[in-house]
Design a protein around this ligand. Structure first.
Ligand SMILES: CC(C)(COP(=O)(O)OP(=O)(O)OC[C@H]1O[C@@H](n2cnc3c(N)ncnc32)[C@H](O)[C@@H]1OP(=O)(O)O)[C@@H](O)C(=O)NCCC(=O)NCCS
Length: 183
């Protein structure tokens, strides 16, 4: 399973340094992470869950958790950040899912509240973008609630061409992953 430019990283775990210097292990998601994803959602605030899932969610069902954790590494891809104090727990996850037959994929992220606004979401997203490009994607899009300042700010901070439109009560934000053609 290729993560960075075709290098086989399947069993590798990288370290991402947060703004406050805390180092967080990061790796591709594995099928065995399903229960840890359920615990991440259970530990997350109602607000974070609502922003991620567009509504309340008592718990991530076994079926949803399995679907999120089982990826093919190409059209469906996700990275998890592990709790540096307890590597059995997932504290952040970013994912993309390709629209079948296109070069576009939907992107989504969830960072545990106590790890938010420390640089984890954007760090994970930058790594996800490297993988998306290596897997032939040219566009990522996210559906973002208008009041989700954190996500809107993160997407802008990527410094990639961005197109926004209002769709079904949410901002549809599309990020262009192609190398800049600007001189
Ligand atoms: C949105 C989310 C993934 C962002 O991850 P994060 O780790 O908190 O964000 P980062 O610390 O990487 O911040 C990225 C940028 O956004 C800014 N930011 C973060 N939270 C912010 C907030 N609430 N308001 C304004 N700006 C914010 C950061 O200052 C940083 O800006 P910079 O690049 O100019 O320094 C995370 O907050 C989260 O999981 N929220 C709940 C679920 C959600 O909204 N998911 C997205 C659904 S599409």
């Amino acid at each position: 399973m290729a993560l960075y430019g075709g290098v086989d990283m399947m069993d590798d775990t990288r370290v991402l340094a947060l703004r406050d210097g805390v180092c967080v292990p990061v790796r591709e998601i594995r099928a065995g992470d399903a229960a840890a994803l359920q615990r991440l959602v259970a530990r997350s605030s109602d607000r974070s869950v609502e922003l991620r899932f567009f509504g309340p969610l008592k718990r991530l069902s076994d079926k949803q958790a399995r679907r999120f954790a089982e990826v093919d590494g190409r059209d469906r891809f996700a990275l998890v950040a592990l709790d540096p104090e307890d590597p059995g727990e997932v504290v952040g996850v970013v994912r993309y899912e390709r629209e079948p037959g296109t070069d576009a994929a939907e992107y989504a992220a969830l960072v545990e509240d106590r790890f938010q606004d420390r640089g984890l979401g954007i760090g994970l997203t930058r790594h996800l973008i490297e993988a998306a490009r290596a897997n032939g994607l040219e566009r990522l899009y996210a559906l973002v609630m208008r009041e989700n300042a954190g996500m809107l700010h993160l997407l802008r901070s990527l410094d990639l061409p961005e197109r926004k439109r209002w769709e079904d009560g949410a901002e549809h934000v599309e990020i262009d992953l192609r190398p800049s053609t600007a001189a």
